[in-house]
Design a protein around this ligand. Structure first.
Ligand code: C5P
Length: 287
């Protein structure tokens, strides 16, 4: 029987994202806390004569997808002559600040490392992952992590388990979204990372999430960059969210809720206002 490996590629949110400043290499220095949540894409890999990527989302098959680039990189680095047929089922909204593309790429590295029996070490996979994007190394393990550098230096943190959230991903497209958002940041948006360090300390201590420490450097510029974002934020507040946070460079928004039923209630009220919310839970590195 042909071997097929299936894997989930979870989305992430940023519980904190402070930008310290711009670096000489064009990237920005970050202090961030990343958290995987129970919204996921699915990837299946099977042996094939060459590399093929099929995706259920229009325009996302083939060589431009980060998954294909991950497979190509792994093939080149390992020198393997094996190919693969890769199927990608997208659920995570695209370019939304939820890390979907990065998570898919990390899942491709892990599953192809297994399929091709390459036995590349976690360290080597992490090096390849960081060539694909700043967030990709995080997704090799998922769960909760403090990220520094350009996002690739990681320290695992205990997951605030069973934390429910409601996600809203406004369908606001922005070409070259991530660089464009970083490009909008100025010295006023740069902070020293101390709020996020406090957040990480609280998680290390196993305490509840201190929401007052959940800062995001993109909050100031996001409303200008994403026309209509404030409408979504206001709808969440009107529907009963206590606080609304931006994930990554946006435009996804999320609110912490006390339970699944509180999340469902918020989602229903949002629906009544004409907005689509998704109720998710934090996911640990083991899941
Ligand atoms: O690493 P990734 O490919 O996700 O980054 C996309 C773009 O986002 C970079 O080219 C850069 O413009 C910006 N970026 C940044 N600082 C980071 C991460 C990303 O300026 N730490």
């Amino acid at each position: 029987m042909m071997e097929i490996l299936n894997m989930r590629a979870y989305a992430k949110i940023n519980l904190g994202l402070e930008v310290i400043g711009r670096r000489d290499d064009g990237f920005h220095e970050l202090v961030a806390v990343l958290q995987t949540v129970s919204l996921y894409d699915e990837i299946a890999v099977a042996p094939g004569p060459a590399l093929t990527l099929r995706c259920d989302r229009k325009g996302m098959s083939g060589e431009r997808n980060l998954v294909w680039r991950a497979a190509d990189l792994l093939q080149k680095e390992s020198g393997t002559e094996q190919g693969a047929v890769i199927d990608l089922m997208k659920t995570i909204p695209i370019a939304a600040g939820l890390g979907g593309g990065s998570s898919d790429a990390a899942a491709a590295l892990r599953s192809l490392n297994d399929l091709w029996a390459l036995e590349l070490s976690t360290t080597r996979l992490a090096e390849l992952a960081s060539q694909l994007g700043s967030d990709v190394p995080f997704f090799l393990r998922g769960g909760t992590a403090l990220a520094t550098g350009r996002g690739e230096l990681l320290e695992s943190l205990p997951t605030p388990e069973g934390q429910w959230l409601v996600l809203v991903s406004p369908d606001i497209r922005l070409p070259g979204k991530t660089p464009a958002l970083y490009g909008r940041l100025g010295p006023d948006d740069f902070t020293d990372g101390s709020e996020t360090a406090k957040l990480a300390d609280a998680l290390r201590g196993g305490g509840v999430l201190p929401e007052e420490c959940m800062a995001n450097a993109f909050e100031r510029v996001a409303d200008d960059a994403f026309p209509g974002l404030d409408r979504h934020r206001n709808a969440m507040l009107e529907a009963g969210a206590e606080r609304v946070h931006l994930s990554g460079s946006g435009p996804s928004l999320f609110a912490l809720v006390r339970s699944k039923s509180a999340g469902d209630a918020l989602r229903l009220r949002l629906g009544g206002l004409g907005y689509h919310g998704v109720v998710v839970q934090t996911v640990t590195a083991e899941e």
